[in-house]
Each structure stands twice: as C-alpha cells, then as structure tokens.
Design a binder for this molecule. Structure first.
Ligand code: UP5
Ligand code: MG
Length: 204
C-alpha cells in the first residue's frame, strides 16, 4: 500500500494508561482500525511455527522491547490485511485506511524505521498518567488478565523501560509539535470526552 492512502495515529502512554481502552472506543466512534503492537506480538508468540515465539515471550515478561524488525513487519502486514479485508481486493493500491497504532513506537529506532519505510504518523495521542495509578490498574487487571507481564516484578520492569526508552520517543515528537497530550487519570468516560475534543480539533 502507499503511504499517501493511509492515515496513522500513534497511541502512546505508560503501561496501563488506557491506550487499548480508548482505542476501542475510537474504533466505534470514528471507524479507525485499531492495531495494538502488544496484541500483534502476543498473537505471533502463540502462532505455531513462529521463529520469534520464544524471543517475544521472554521480552514481554521482562518488559523489554522486541527487536524493531519483528514489530514493524507485524504492523505493516496487519495494515495490509486490514486494507485487503476492507476492499475485498488482493491489490490494495489506492485503498484508503485510517489506523490507530497502539503501544508503538516505544523506542526511537522503531519510530524512525516505521516513518521511513511504512508511513509517517499524523500525530501522537499521548495518555499521561502517574506510575502509582498505572501500578494500581495493572495489579487489578492482573487478577484476571492472564497476561504474563501483569505481576509486580514485570510491572516494575515495564515502567523502567517506559521511562528510559519510550518517553524519549514522546519527547522527540513533542519537539516537533506532533503530540496531543491527554490527562489519563480521570474516568474512562472523561478521558474519552477529552480525546474526542482533541481529535475533532486535529482532524476536523
Ligand atoms: N483503565 C483504563 N483506563 C482507565 C481509567 N481512565 N480509569 C480507571 N481505570 C482505567 O487499561 C489498563 C487497565 O486500566 C484496564 O484494566 C482498564 O480497564 C483500566 P488498558 O486500556 O489495557 O491500558 P494500556 O495502556 O493498553 O495498557 P497495556 O498494559 O496494554 O500497556 P503496555 O504498554 O504495557 O502493553 P502492550 O501490550 O502495549 O505491550 C506489552 C509488551 O509488548 C511490552 O512491554 C513489550 O515487551 C512488548 N512490545 C514491544 O516489544 N514492542 C512494541 O512496539 C510494543 C510492545
Ligand atoms: Mg494495551
């Protein structure tokens, strides 16, 4: 597909900030396609015959970032699949699509690679939430989520990676004036209202 036919918005924020929750709502309201990099990696991890399964499961448990080639490829394939499904055509040139790319890019090299080889993002939705609130949400979710990284030790590692590696990505886009920052500490409904307001300003 061609970069000029697709709109991409990156959805970033600490672990548990509400990226997935808000993206789901945006799909219902605006017709975006939601692609969670974490969900794509978890699916690839389970896919029989995947050469990356063990690597992915280790990275996720350790809160470490999977090498960018793997994630960029999964995202690009998911975008193409979505365009194919939407159009019913094998050749997707000229098919338009708009995507929320959730939880990506979380390292500078991924950001540059994706924007150079797949397509530039329109802007970044950044859900801002302090660590204490994030920890509370993740421990609560961990009671039922079955996620291998919703335990105190993995959560600590995810935070550290977020602060050291992923915040610099947000700062980079901030300097370019491409970040829409949203306070994520209020209720899910209120965060969504604020998101809608900001999106309407940006997208019309
Ligand atoms: N909740 C949500 N909003 C709330 C609100 N306003 N008030 C109260 N509660 C709220 O929400 C988390 C929980 O909080 C839920 O129970 C929700 O009900 C509640 P959710 O919407 O799931 O938050 P989200 O930001 O999506 O949290 P998630 O845990 O998915 O974030 P992570 O960034 O940690 O996870 P992700 O799946 O993106 O990545 C997992 C791992 O994959 C990474 O650690 C990394 O190892 C790997 N990865 C890569 O290597 N590369 C990538 O590019 C991406 C991921
Ligand atoms: Mg998520």
């Amino acid at each position: 597909f061609s970069a000029s036919d697709v709109t991409v918005i990156f959805v970033l924020g600490g672990p548990g900030a509400g990226k997935g929750t808000q993206s789901h709502r945006l799909v219902e309201t605006y017709g975006f396609t939601h692609l969670s990099a974490g969900d794509l990696l978890r699916a690839e991890q389970k896919r029989p015959g995947s050469e990356f399964g063990e690597l992915i499961s280790q990275c996720i448990r350790e809160g470490a970032i999977v090498p960018m080639e793997v994630t960029v490829k999964l995202l690009e394939n998911a975008m193409r699949d979505s365009l194919r499904e939407k159009s019913g055509k094998e050749d997707v040139s000229g098919v338009k699509g708009k995507f929320l790319v959730d939880g990506f890019p979380r390292k500078m090299d991924q950001a540059l690679k994706f924007e150079q080889t797949v397509c530039p993002a329109r802007f970044v939705l950044f859900y801002d939430c302090p660590a204490e609130e994030l920890e509370k949400r993740l421990l609560e979710r961990g009671k039922t989520s079955g996620r291998t990284d919703d335990n105190p030790e993995s959560i600590r590692k995810r935070f550290a990676t977020f602060v050291e590696t992923s915040m610099p990505v947000v700062d980079h886009y901030e300097k370019e004036g491409r970040v829409v920052k949203i306070t994520a500490t209020t209720s899910i409904d209120d965060v969504f209202k604020e998101t809608q307001k900001q999106l309407t300003e940006r997208l019309g």
